[in-house]
Ligand binder design. Structure first.
Ligand code: BGC
Length: 905
């Protein structure tokens, strides 16, 4: 090409904007290249990338390939939808792999090229696709505290392999190998679900692991949640008494032939491995003398100790593909300190309360017995403290093989700990010999928050670590004591904050299926999910409302309408449950936890305990759930339900007023939680709201700016204060650092959120060991206010789910000089940074393509507002909406914006 032509061509490309619009982060069912999708049709999401301002998608085109041939093309379709776009091609084939790409067009005449390809693989869509059946071990030792069971089988690969896929699940938790190589980095597969109704299977592409000739499949199964004791009443064998394996390996040869290897009686089983016992709460016994690797290899020949597997006639009707991210290992910590306690015990401090397991590099005598115990805290004297673990032994025992250095860790248990105590080791320990490996579901980190106050930054750190520690396949209350259960109240309270810090869409979508599965036919929602407490254990206000609150929060955070439609029957059934148990629209029956762990001083002569009437709380949540049901009905166009439940909601509110409010506006419980819930859920007549907010503010001042709420009031109190004009009081509450407050534990050296405001007292003594977790995320629900109000990152909840319509509304305080936050939304990165200096505010924003933003900029005058150093009038990309209350309200599309203004006095 001649130089002249090149210049013309380049100029043409520039004019067309070619190259300025790209598309990336392709996801199928919100995961990158997932294997084993049984959502049919699956949905696609992508993100636009462009440096230009105000970029919006105007059209898109998707193409799907099967076996490298195009199997579906959507053609160019007009529209701005770029998240959860359903596949509309020909029927998808069970187990088949697909490649897909997307191309987009924007409102400025740009066209992206085709995106780099992405992939997904379908799960098994029909019951008949399972050719395998369940097998169990032939070993008699397969009992709850017996050894982990080994399952193995050789198979021949009779030619060149084009593709090999394993579909598998287990009763128990498994580690799986092909020719000695792990199938994945996953831990604790198949995860925890309400096994009787839903058991997840996993799908692994093992093409690269299969050798020509003989191959070996080797799987170890530990008891896991399936049968180790769960809950404090020592409930063992909850789902079954025996481990089991279900596996189907599909081999596709280059010549087109297909072969399926399944679990059947050709498998051999043994109990001779090193994991001699493993329990979730109590820990593991690991004998390294038995840790041979050869049984995983094809060269191994099973001796008489290996018993044939037994076919088990177990129903396959509960199998579902895995929807959420697997549990994986993440950070690795080394001790900050190894020391002897006053009692003379050898203890290592990892500096962070975390969830996972220890890894030890040891060198000692054959048979040397090493015991490792776990603790979250040291007591007042500096001794290792485990009383708050209650009946959970949380103890790993290792026997050394004694043949040089050995690296040891447990396989089928996890612990919540910051400290480990090591007993029985004859050698010396150096920092590098000890690690703590962090485990949690492999969710993306999506949110960051920081500001000029180091204590708040530590609080944010603690909230994040509370989340990591308790998002291990199921949202648990705590990770350390004999509980670790999916407490529904805790999960709903924390869910909005969780969706800032991490990508929890798939995590909660999966768990909500279990919430529905365990919901009673009368609509009752259990206290814990999976429900291990029995069919009567449910129906508490604020706990059971998980069934409406989390679907709604997930809809808002990710814009996935399917979560709402899938959960809608459960939402409605729960509202109907309350309806049925109400008299004259007042729900005042049944057991309720109430405002769990509210402030309650020991010597309470003045009645300072913040006790809120439990039925008042129940009525508030009855109204809230009904409102969320109406909201969901609106999104799903269920007009009859909207009308019906709106009428019901009016009656619920009227009943609340009749029963709990005096004519002058006083609530029967004069607590922070009572006023907070009544205001947050709009239960009071409009004309009595301001005075109720004033009473709330007075109550807080009466406690010298201390919080007295429990699990149910805490998530909302600062939101209510902000809504009614008490921002500075909300800040004072948040920045309070004496008990009870969010920062008191921070000042006491906490590295996670505590279960109680005073888990450790100022004199370093502890709250009662029967209820004193140091890693319990519920009070971390304040994170939502920090992102939304301090940094100011919100959304238009009416029309902007998934942050399609962003609202930026920072709440400045004389107590902070700056705040930063960012969120990787389904549309891309949103970030907000504000700085105050010399009476000026600087606000730096990033708004992703295909979204819009409304910005509430604090400004003394409109004239003082500049963007990128230029007056607003010169900015064609920014529209002025209005000015009011010392706020300049602007509207923009995507792009990076740098605003400055004079801070209002
Ligand atoms: C759990 C909680 C839970 C509560 C119910 C506790 O044992 O740890 O967090 O919500 O019971 O009140």
């Amino acid at each position: 090409m001649k130089i002249f032509q090149i210049i013309i061509f380049t100029a043409f490309l520039c004019l067309k904007g070619f190259g300025q619009l790209k598309v990336g982060d392709l996801r199928c069912e919100n995961r990158t290249n997932p294997s084993g999708i049984d959502i049919n049709p699956p949905r696609f999401s992508w993100k636009l990338e462009s440096d230009r301002k105000n970029v919006k998608q105007t059209a898109y085109s998707i193409r799907v390939f099967s076996e490298d041939k195009i199997s579906w093309q959507s053609g160019k379709l007009p529209g701005s939808q770029s998240v959860f776009v359903p596949y509309k091609g020909p029927a998808l084939v069970s187990g088949a792999k697909y490649k897909w790409q997307v191309q987009v067009w924007d409102n400025q005449g740009n066209e992206s090229g085709w995106s780099p390809p992405s992939y997904w693989q379908m799960g098994l869509l029909h019951a008949g696709d399972w050719k395998a059946g369940w097998i169990e071990t032939g070993a008699a030792s397969d009992t709850v505290n017996g050894p982990a069971q080994r399952y193995r089988r050789d198979f021949q690969a009779k030619g060149k392999i084009r593709s090999a896929t394993i579909f598998m699940s287990a009763h128990g938790v498994y580690e799986a190998f092909l020719n000695g190589k792990p199938l994945s980095e996953n831990k604790f597969a198949p995860g925890w679900t309400s096994y009787g109704k839903r058991l997840q299977y996993q799908v692994y592409d093992v093409t690269s692991l299969v050798d020509r000739g003989t191959n070996a499949l080797a799987i170890t199964i530990g008891s896991g949640w399936y049968r180790t004791p769960l809950a404090w009443n020592n409930n063992r064998n909850l789902y079954g008494t025996k481990t089991g394996l279900l596996l189907q390996l599909v081999l596709e040869y280059s010549n087109g032939a297909r072969e399926i290897i399944v679990t059947d009686d050709q498998w051999k089983t043994s109990d001779a491995g090193p994991v001699r016992a493993s329990e979730i709460y109590n820990g593991e016994i690991f004998d390294d003398r038995l840790a041979d690797e050869d049984w995983k290899s094809s060269a191994f020949s099973a001796n008489a100790e290996w018993k044939p597997a037994v076919k088990a006639p177990i129903s396959m009707g509960n199998l579902v593909a895995t929807y959420n991210e697997p549990v994986r290992a993440h950070e690795i910590f080394h001790p900050v300190h190894i020391f002897k306690t006053p009692k003379g015990e050898l203890v290592a401090d990892f500096g962070q309360n975390l969830v996972g397991y220890e890894e030890l590099k040891l060198k000692g005598q054959a048979g040397e017995r090493i015991v490792v115990n776990h603790a979250e805290v040291l007591d007042k004297e500096g001794n290792f403290y485990t009383e708050n673990l209650r009946a959970a032994r949380s103890e790993n025992i290792y026997f050394l093989h004694g043949k040089g250095q050995e690296t040891l860790h447990p396989h089928f248990t996890f612990h919540g700990f910051r400290f480990i105590k090591i007993s029985g080791y004859s050698g010396d320990l150096k920092n590098d010999d000890l690690s703590a490996v962090v485990l949690h579901s492999d969710m993306d980190t999506t949110g960051f928050f920081s500001c000029s106050n180091p204590l708040l930054n530590q609080l944010q750190h603690n909230i994040r670590w509370g989340q990591k520690g308790n998002f291990l396949d199921v949202p648990t209350d705590c990770p350390q004591r004999d509980e670790r259960l999916g407490w529904t109240g805790d999960a709903q309270a924390f869910s909005a904050t969780a969706a800032f810090n991490m990508g929890v869409h798939n995590f909660f979508a999966k768990w909500l299926k279990d919430v529905s599965a365990d919901q009673g036919i009368d609509g009752m929602v259990p206290f814990v999910v999976p429900n291990v407490l029995g069919p009567q254990a449910g129906g508490s206000a604020g706990w059971a409302d998980v069934s409406t609150i989390i679907p709604w929060n997930m809809w808002l955070a990710y814009g996935d309408i399917k979560i709402l439609s899938d959960q809608y029957p459960g939402m409605k059934a729960w509202v109907e449950f309350m309806h049925k148990h109400s008299t004259d629209d007042l729900w005042n029956t049944g057991f309720h936890f109430g405002d769990w762990l509210f402030y309650r001083p020991f010597d309470d002569n003045d009645g300072r305990s913040a006790v809120t009437d439990k039925y008042l709380i129940a009525q508030c949540f009855y109204a809230h759930s009904t409102q969320l049901l109406i909201n969901a009905a609106g999104r799903l166009n269920k007009t009859d339900d909207i009308a019906y439940y709106t009428a019901l909601l009016n009656k619920i509110k009227a009943a609340f007023v009749r029963e709990y409010l005096t004519p002058s506006g006083r609530l029967v419980s004069g607590t922070q939680t009572a006023y907070t819930l009544a205001l947050q859920f709009d239960l009071l007549p409009e004309n009595l709201r301001e005075q109720a907010a004033r009473r709330l503010a007075e109550n807080i001042r009466d406690y010298n700016d201390h919080i007295t709420t429990g699990f149910l009031g805490t998530p909302y109190i600062c939101h209510v204060l902000s809504r009614y004009g008490y921002d500075s009081l909300a800040y004072r509450l948040l920045l309070q650092d004496t008990y009870p407050s969010w920062l008191y534990p921070v000042k006491m050296g906490a590295t996670t959120i505590w279960e109680r405001w005073d888990g450790q007292k100022p004199d370093s003594s502890f709250q009662t060991p029967s209820m004193n977790s140091f890693n319990h995320y519920a009070y971390g629900a304040i994170g939502d206010w920090m992102y939304r109000n301090i940094a100011g990152l919100q959304m238009d909840e009416q029309e902007g789910a998934g942050y399609k319509k962003i609202i930026i509304k920072p709440c400045l305080s004389e107590k902070l000089d700056y705040a930063d936050c960012s969120l990787e939304s389904v549309y891309g990165t949103i970030s907000v940074q504000w700085r105050k200096k010399d009476g000026k505010l600087n606000l730096l924003l990033r708004i992703p393509p295909n979204t819009t933003a409304k910005i509430y900029l604090p400004a003394m005058t409109l004239q003082s507002v500049m963007e990128n150093g230029r007056p607003l009038g010169e900015q064609k990309d920014i529209a002025l909406s209005e000015t009011k209350d010392k706020l300049v309200i602007l509207e923009t599309g995507s792009g990076v914006y740098q605003f400055s203004s004079d801070i209002p006095k």
